[in-house]
Design a protein around this ligand. Structure first.
Ligand SMILES: [Zn+2]
Length: 423
């Protein structure tokens, strides 16, 4: 029996580290993700969806739920504070308003299954109406919790028990298996029997294999919503915070330092959280902060950054540089970097210049593999079977969903409502 309901439902699934190329590879020779493809057929698929900078988990997860990058959230992971002379870590800061806070203000209850961008930003542990769950574990544990909530079973957040007699109207879900496997670590509890891949093909295969397992869970979710009679009333959004790129061998940082020396910057200082730099940056000085792959550089205010960028762009280990002005245009706060330098694939600016990496992967890069992410939305107000070709950003997704659900937008949101996909 199909139960009639007047409610609208919204489920936002974030699969951390879901670069679009993984999806493309899974579907190159076969229908590798039949359930995601089912959603794509019933909704709108974003073929050119991008994340922001830096493409690092916490800043991007909070950007998505806030609808803006660090010029709104204040969180750009880290930046060198020129006045204080030290590297500031942004940790879990988010100065913007999240979709969770919007729903909280409207008194519309929701649950978050480990979507930590909303933790204490709309929901929390021990809140009866705005419940934050942190089950940990891999995707199976989290999808099981979601199934239990849908089927009205008793579920637990820490020591508190909950029974959702009717389906929560808003559900936020997060799983990070693709990220954990994508990094190609020596060991991960997400796949205990898996070994570190020694080739890029093997690394990608292990991620794609997990993607297919997640796809299977998405199929079960669709079935559960159908049997509950709410599927047609549910807006379902799936997207990600960043992709992933491999790197190996030794750091290109010594080459960059030599280049900077040759250009007249005699003093190059590498900084971390514990470093202190006194006084203003002199004309012949550079400060470099790293996050593993890309690096943030800081100069004296009289240095012509455009000129510098042009010269650096021609180096064979650099894929792309972005000046402060270009970064600001992309919605990044001005303190982030004077010039952001991102290397070519397989190269890196790791601050550990002696380490010889076998095959590691991460996502703090402006390479397409990190920037381009998966994105699909389906629901009663979404165009069916549409491939959206225009460039869009993951910060546009929640504002667009808000418009579909007749919800007010987050305060000062920068994300666009993509009207072309709304019916
Ligand atoms: Zn991430």
């Amino acid at each position: 029996m199909v139960i009639k309901t007047e409610k609208d439902y919204f489920i936002y699934i974030n699969l951390d580290g879901f670069g679009k190329y993984y999806y493309d590879l899974a579907n190159k020779y076969e229908n590798g993700t039949p359930n995601l493809n089912g959603l794509i057929n019933e909704g709108t698929f974003f073929r050119n969806l991008y994340t922001g900078i830096p493409s690092i988990t916490f800043p991007m997860q909070s950007s998505i739920v806030t609808g803006g990058y660090s010029n709104l959230t204040g969180n750009c992971y880290q930046y060198f504070d020129k006045k204080e002379g030290k590297l500031i870590k942004c940790n879990h800061d988010n100065e913007g308003e999240t979709i969770g806070e919007v729903l909280n203000t409207l008194d519309k209850p929701f649950v978050s299954i480990q979507q930590f961008g909303l933790r204490d930003k709309g929901c929390s542990f021990d809140d009866d109406k705005f419940v934050y769950f942190q089950p940990g574990g891999n995707f199976k544990v989290r999808f099981q919790l979601l199934q239990d909530i849908i089927s009205g079973k008793t579920v637990k957040s820490r020591e508190r028990e909950y029974v959702f007699e009717s389906l929560p109207e808003f559900i936020f879900f997060y799983a990070d298996d693709l990220d954990a496997l994508g990094h190609n670590p020596e060991y991960t509890s997400y796949a205990p029997s898996r070994k570190k891949a020694l080739t890029e093909n093997d690394r990608i295969s292990s991620v794609v294999e997990r993607l297919k397992e997640i796809d299977n869970e998405i199929g079960k979710l669709v079935e559960a919503l159908k049997s509950k009679g709410v599927y047609d009333k549910t807006t379902l959004l799936i997207t990600s915070d960043h992709g992933m790129i491999s790197y190996k061998g030794k750091s290109s940082l010594p080459k960059l330092i030599k280049k900077l020396n040759d250009m007249g910057f005699e003093k190059v200082t590498l900084i971390d959280e514990n470093s202190r730099v006194s006084g203003n940056i002199k004309k012949n000085e550079v400060i470099i902060a790293g996050t593993g792959i890309q690096c943030q550089t800081y100069f004296n205010e009289d240095i012509d950054l455009d000129e510098l960028k042009m010269e650096l762009d021609s180096e064979d280990y650099i894929e792309k540089c972005l000046t402060q002005e270009e970064l600001i245009e992309k919605g990044i706060k001005e303190e982030f970097a004077d010039i952001l330098i991102s290397p070519k694939e397989f190269m890196h600016f790791n601050l550990d210049i002696n380490k010889d990496f076998i095959l590691d992967a991460s996502h703090d890069s402006i390479h397409e593999k990190c920037q381009k992410v998966f994105g699909v939305i389906k629901g009663p107000k979404v165009c069916r079977g549409k491939i959206y070709e225009d460039k869009a950003y993951n910060i546009d997704m929640i504002p667009t969903a808000c418009a579909m659900l007749s919800l007010p937008l987050m305060k000062d949101t920068k994300g666009k409502i993509i009207k072309d996909i709304i019916i």
